[in-house]
Ligand binder design. Sequence first.
Ligand code: GLN
Length: 455
Amino acid sequence: AQHFLDRAKAQQALGAFLAIDEGVTLAQARAADARLAAGDAPGLTGVPVAHKDIFVTTDFPTTAGSRMLAGYRSPFDATVVRKLADAGMVTLGKLSCDEFAMGSANENVAAPAVGADHAVPVRNPWDTSRIPGGSSGGSAVAVAAGLAPAATGTDTGGSIRQPASFCGVTGIKPTYGRASRYGMVAFASSLDQAGPMARSAEDCALLLSAMTGPDPMRDATSLDRPAEDYTRSLSDSLEGLRIGVPKEFLGEGVAPGVRAAIDAALAEYEKLGARRVEVSLPRTELSIPVYYILAAAEASSNLSRFDGVKFGFRAKDYRDLADMYRKTREQGFGDEVKRRIMIGTYVLSHGYYDAYYLQAQKVRRMIADDFQQAFKTCDVIAGPAAPTVAWKIGEHGDDPVADYLADVFTLPGSLAGLPGMSLPAGFDANMPVGLQLIGNYFGEARLLNAAHRFQ
Ligand code: GLN
């Protein structure tokens, strides 16, 4: 723990951490030592982990990357945080993310980073002039730069897989409902899922086994299915595995260097005994408008709780209650969050609900059906996690749509609630390229097995 805290301090300029508390971490580490000495220690005892600052924690402040939660301290731990602590892990601190997990570049963070008195964009350690991806950018950077051996992330539309891809680490988002959402600051509840990010599929398997499982009293959407040991089948043979490559995932718009890295990875899989088959996910591009309607709609509802009364920030000067709400939300939320609240409110409003929200729900179902069609002829789907490598900080300027378009390959799986992961596949102009693997429901073990054999 001391080693990683020192690394985090030395690499502060990356902006990965939003909270560190050496006293808390070292106390947890000493308690882990005592458990080890007493011989009553679960498998991950003493292994440090850092949490995306979207998970609430009693030992550290939680900001969700927002000004809105400045000064907020949760009275309880998120289930994922508690489960990893129960497994013996030691918390290194809280990691930067886009505000309320809304973003693809970690440029939307509005909470100050450790060592800075203001918010800073997180930097990709492979090239610090580039973004690390988002929204779990701090998590990807912490692992890639060796500031933590593992980290938690959340993935609503790609926020584990895309930053893992951009930073050359491994990350997995399990089937929707596999990990409890209790204590994860809610963005889009029908999509939000937690998962691990680490240096290998094996490490991800260890964490995922510890952080998943039913949580019926606290998250009604957590699935009633016992936790699994994902390490058991890591070394299984890939002989005969049918890898479906959607033709829409390697078409126009994919950078040639990314396509080359993915093709090379798929050729490697063929050497391992897998078979490459072509499949189709015809509604891939539609996943962008569908996701940005549904996620915004859910966000506009979830974020109504931030009103200056219950959590964190409250505006200073106001006339009356309504004015307090207005000023708190005006000052507390960043631009992207406000944009989503407005879009979400619009698509849910009378007269537009049928035209946008309901239509998007219908297409979401079709996208899920397209996957089931594809899984008739393949076991695992593969393609790039993103069409390009990490772009330059500021490159997308004030154009949010440029960020949205970059999510095109992670959104379909999210809308279908399928498990997905990204693992390092190669490089394009010295920047990491991630191979995305998507499995059918509860196919996490198969994905981790396929990733492990490749690594
Ligand atoms: N980039 C997507 C968005 O901005 C996904 C974010 C996420 O998965 N949390 O909504």
